[in-house]
Design a binder for this molecule. Sequence first.
Ligand SMILES: *Cc1c(COP(=O)(O)O)cnc(C)c1O
Length: 361
Amino acid sequence: MGFPVMRIDGKKVLDNARRVAELCAGRDIEVWGVTKGLSGDPRLAEIYGRAGFAGISDSRLANLRKIRDSGSELPRQLIRIAMISELPDIPGTADVSLESELSTIRELDAICLHTGARHDVLLAVDVGDLREGFWPSELTRVGGELSRLKHVSITGIATNFACASGVLPSSEKFEDLLIYRDMLQDTLGRELPYISVGGTCCLGLIEEGRVPKGINQLRIGEGVLLGRDTAYQRDIPYLDRTAVVISAEIIECRRKPSAPDGETGCQAFGEKPVFIDRGMRQRALLGIGRQDVDTGRLIPLQDGVHIITASSDHMVTDVTDADSIRAPEAKLRPGNSLDFRPLYPAMLSAATSGYVAVEFE
Ligand SMILES: *Cc1c(COP(=O)(O)O)cnc(C)c1O
């Protein structure tokens, strides 16, 4: 088996997914599993299905296509606002998409007219995070325009928290969504079944029962995969945090000084690292680097391992403390591997790197 490798413990992911599904079911919220963190891996979609999730969400059409072609029967949702250039492929690949441009939705309607396809749209509404979405004051006018569509059906509204600006969800923001949904219903003259919210940062309010009735869809990825909620910088206590592990192989192990020798400029990535002189230290050099993973977002799983720095193909770790707690014969040496817990950017970069094997077990 090769290194570096990202191992996904399917049983742990399934347990996490079931916990989330159960929690949300108790509040009448259906869960859509976001697969983009693992590049739309169909094995992840299959786990989400087994956990009872209502559908699969991904930001990339290519990922949804992979999942469709794997034979998955779960409904698929495109969660990045569509590019006009990809519209012809959308109705056959996604059942529903989040949209925030009238011209794009009209074009999608025209495509459905020509191909006889049907497609659902959730209108993205921006409640302050300032990434995608109609501004609430536009909704009445937009609703008027949308009432003329014939082939695309508007099934609700969707919003994001903590994606671009770190704006957190709140009961007040959720109440606002109910108002926006009602405004749209009034102009469209029919019921809108869904209010969809994302992502993991919404879970805390769901736990606390602070989500008003009517918010009925959660799109979640990070929490289920990593047991982590980045927006609140918290580990989710009832979810496993070791379902995804990245392992790298040691290629050199040696005692070296902890402070560099010579006048220092910038390193390979134009940064000027700061070193603390801690004397001679045992260092393990790993065959993993920034081409493989966002090394700044890795957490060593073995006690006493510290990441010092990384360049394109190497990562330097200090293992002095790890070695001191091991039996002499168990000392770290070339051929051994070290395990790391990836935070979201590390998982994403490993999944898309092309140099990191992804194994489900
Ligand atoms: C990534 C994403 C999510 C999932 O967010 P997590 O924090 O990974 O749970 C939900 N909705 C949209 C639109 C996204 O882009």
